[in-house]
Write a protein that binds this ligand. Structure first.
Ligand code: PMP
Length: 367
């Protein structure tokens, strides 16, 4: 039987596994930090209209620069952060994963390195490898906050070309204060001018504000965002970044021509027309996240403070066995491979109740 390792694949891909959150068909799926609420019917109608219009022109390539979409994304960022950004500051791609890939193709690559503070979003390391960028795993404190002194030391020693800071962090939910990001930015610029990518995929769920205003006067700072979480549009595949216009010019050196299909642009524009409706679930999800934290603590679990739409809970001698036991009760959570911990996404109140019943039952079994 021929497998990957029999093919002439690149050395750094040998023996590696693809990213793969299990997509299992179970009643309650709380494993991929999706928004549990389907899109409201009036928005589905508007998407249909916009897509029908776009379909008439599918004989033509889409707007390569996605001007209308980037203008609307800039408006959303300006309205929600109070910091004015325009078309020239914003770039969009197929999910923030593609934004990150384009950044690494532009600022990383063979002979260059990227650093992240782990545990964090595993795709930062995987996309680094995929783009030939060396990956450096930086440290965190026991409580999953960033150990600033150790991080500054790691940056000074390794002189990375790209620095990832995820806030709120996935899978731990930990928010990173602006002062820490600023200190990391200074450390990264002192070591060698390098790009600092602040991954704000979950920022709408945070107790704190977006760090978007920090891009002012800092051309090597990029904030990356997505419509997959708070907007409840993971299936759309739309991510974007805000940065100095020079960064937006730079990523255009590597983006594939016409990378954002006319259908994607039309759908995202329809969704942005309904921003208020889409974001109305954010407050409810934040309240459910806080309820999960309180109830997990009450049930005798340890919990990591969360600013995201998910909660890391533990601690377990064998987290994978606990993951399986929760699954046996019809609830899929995530084992991110962080020893002793599992992660649950905030779902609907009913889904969260099913999860809480399952973990309370497990505690009873143990005692
Ligand atoms: N960044 C972080 C921290 C994430 O957790 C995720 C998705 N799980 C992404 C980026 C990618 O999201 P998308 O490609 O759907 O925009």
């Amino acid at each position: 039987m021929t497998d990957i390792d029999d093919l002439p694949v690149r050395d750094e891909l040998r023996g590696k596994s693809p990213y793969g959150a299990p997509q299992l068909d179970v009643p309650v799926r709380l494993n991929t930090n999706e928004n549990p609420y389907p899109l409201p019917e009036p928005l589905v109608e508007r998407i249909t209209e916009r897509v029908r219009e776009a379909a008439r022109n599918l004989n033509r390539y889409p707007d390569r620069d996605a001007v209308e979409l980037r203008t609307q994304l800039a408006k959303y960022l300006t309205d929600t952060s109070g910091h004015e950004v325009g078309l020239a500051n914003v770039w969009a791609a197929n999910g923030s994963n593609e934004v990150i890939q384009q950044l690494l193709q532009t600022f990383g690559g063979p002979g260059r390195t990227a650093i992240g503070f782990e545990p964090s979003y595993s795709m930062h390391g995987l996309i680094s490898r995929g783009t030939g960028t060396g990956w450096i795993s930086g440290p965190r404190n026991e409580d999953f906050t960033i150990d600033l002194a150790a991080a500054e030391k790691a940056i000074a020693e390794n002189r990375p070309d790209v620095v990832f800071v995820t806030t709120p962090n996935n899978p731990t939910g930990t928010a990173v204060p602006a002062e820490t990001v600023l200190a990391l930015y200074e450390a990264a610029q002192a070591a060698k001018p390098s790009l600092v990518v602040v991954d704000e995929a979950y920022i709408e769920f945070s107790h704190g504000a977006s760090l978007l205003p920090l891009i002012e006067g800092r051309p090597n700072l990029v904030v990356s965002r997505t419509m997959s979480k708070a907007f409840g549009a993971a299936g759309l595949r739309l991510g974007y970044l805000a940065a100095h216009p020079a960064v937006v010019d730079a990523v255009q050196l590597v983006r594939l021509p016409y990378h954002l299909s006319a259908i994607t642009q039309a759908t995202a524009l329809a969704a942005l027309e309904h921003t208020d409706t889409l974001l109305k679930y954010v407050e409810q999800l934040k309240a459910e996240r806080d309820r999960l934290v309180a109830e997990l603590l009450a049930a005798g679990y340890e919990v990591t403070a969360s600013d995201a739409n998910f909660v890391q809970f533990g601690r377990f001698d064998d987290s994978h066995t606990v993951w399986q036991k929760i699954l046996d009760r019809g609830v899929l959570v995530r084992d991110n491979g962080v020893p002793g911990w599992l992660r649950v996404t905030a779902g609907t109140p009913e889904e969260n109740d099913a999860f809480l019943d399952a973990v309370r039952e497990l505690k009873k079994e143990q005692s």
